[in-house]
Design a protein around this ligand. Sequence first.
Ligand SMILES: Cc1cc2nc3c(=O)[nH]c(=O)nc-3n(C[C@H](O)[C@H](O)[C@H](O)COP(=O)(O)OP(=O)(O)OC[C@H]3O[C@@H](n4cnc5c(N)ncnc54)[C@H](O)[C@@H]3O)c2cc1C
Length: 380
Amino acid sequence: MTRNVIVLGGGYAGTMAANRILATGRDDVTVTVVNARPRFVERIRLHQVAAGTASGEQEFDDLLHPAARVRIATAQRIVGRVIEIEGGERLPFDILVLAVGSRGRPLVEGALDVSDHGEASRAREILAGLPAGEWVSVIGGGLTALETVTEIAETHPRLRVRLVADTPPVAGIPARTRRKMLRRLDRLDVEVVTGKATRTQHARLELADGAGFDSACTLWAAGAQAPDLARVSGFTVDRFGRMVTDDALVSVDRPDVVGVGDAALPPQAPRPSCQAALPMGAHGAETVLALLDGTAPTRFDLGFVAQCVSLGRHYGVVQPTHRDDTLRPTALRGRIGAVGKEQVVRMTLRWIRKQRSARDAYSWPHGGPDASEPTGTAVR
Ligand SMILES: Cc1cc2nc3c(=O)[nH]c(=O)nc-3n(C[C@H](O)[C@H](O)[C@H](O)COP(=O)(O)OP(=O)(O)OC[C@H]3O[C@@H](n4cnc5c(N)ncnc54)[C@H](O)[C@@H]3O)c2cc1C
């Protein structure tokens, strides 16, 4: 009997999961990737999409195993063993891999979300058309905001660029690296404003304390959350909408749904990141194979390696971490850091492609904390 696996969400975790299941060559399983967009989005390049230095898209044909079926559709709800998609169609499954990722939840009215390909592309168009001297604001104090503001400042030197954060930017980074990052902002003439942005209207950005600034384009690069899908489908979720799973990535609510990537919350609670999404996708595939065979799935274990950040195309930081994701004191900085970060970004696609060839073609570092240990110093 052929069993039907649906991978819902064709991002880093979903494509990795689909490729690993199909790499087994089993003829008793079909894998369909259901994705809202017709192309794979390289989310870790979306700050570049906004600045205009990358397209941030790849063809699924170039990434997925040839036996993978692809369906372009947006899921509205999961009811029993059926996914309801927009337009009323219903897609049945035997096992579901929930891999719908996350996206920004802009708390500032009128800001464009840099973590959405459509909105990042819209920002690119706006920035390209702005006259010299216009202000652009990026909201957020973490690594994504820093990457976005520096990429824009470097690519559009004729524009004036500001970072708005309600806490000191990248506060969790070791002092020496943080100083260098702030110096990079200074070199690129990025103005840093401390305050809580509330809304943007008529090319002005307003702060909670009543202050206001000119801002012809405002981008949101702060907190993200999972889509509402798991919650509206009745799954147990946390306050960010992530589906709660056991330590093997199986939903705590039902044994035929596996959660991977940003949309899932296992007890180990890895930092939502591409670095976690790829191993979760691969391990999620192993869990699916165990469920198909009626054997016990194993615990997901991920050891973190580094946090990588680009500050424009010519400066980057590769900050090694302990396996539990706490930061080590030393880092690769400068041009060599930029090269390191770019290599890591390219490797993500290479790993997904490589996973097509054999079940064990992709592996990842283990030795991460278990659920009882404290989590790392997440700053993205
Ligand atoms: C600008 C930026 C830079 C980043 N840089 C880094 C970095 O350097 N390192 C790092 O580790 N992490 C980085 N991240 C975080 C990283 O991008 C995410 O953690 C990662 O993309 C999560 O992968 P995922 O597969 O879980 O989800 P995603 O990559 O978000 O993929 C989810 C997929 O699900 C689809 N989908 C969603 N809802 C539905 C639905 N209802 N129906 C059908 N399909 C749906 C989406 O279209 C998407 O294709 C960055 C994020 C941003 C925004």
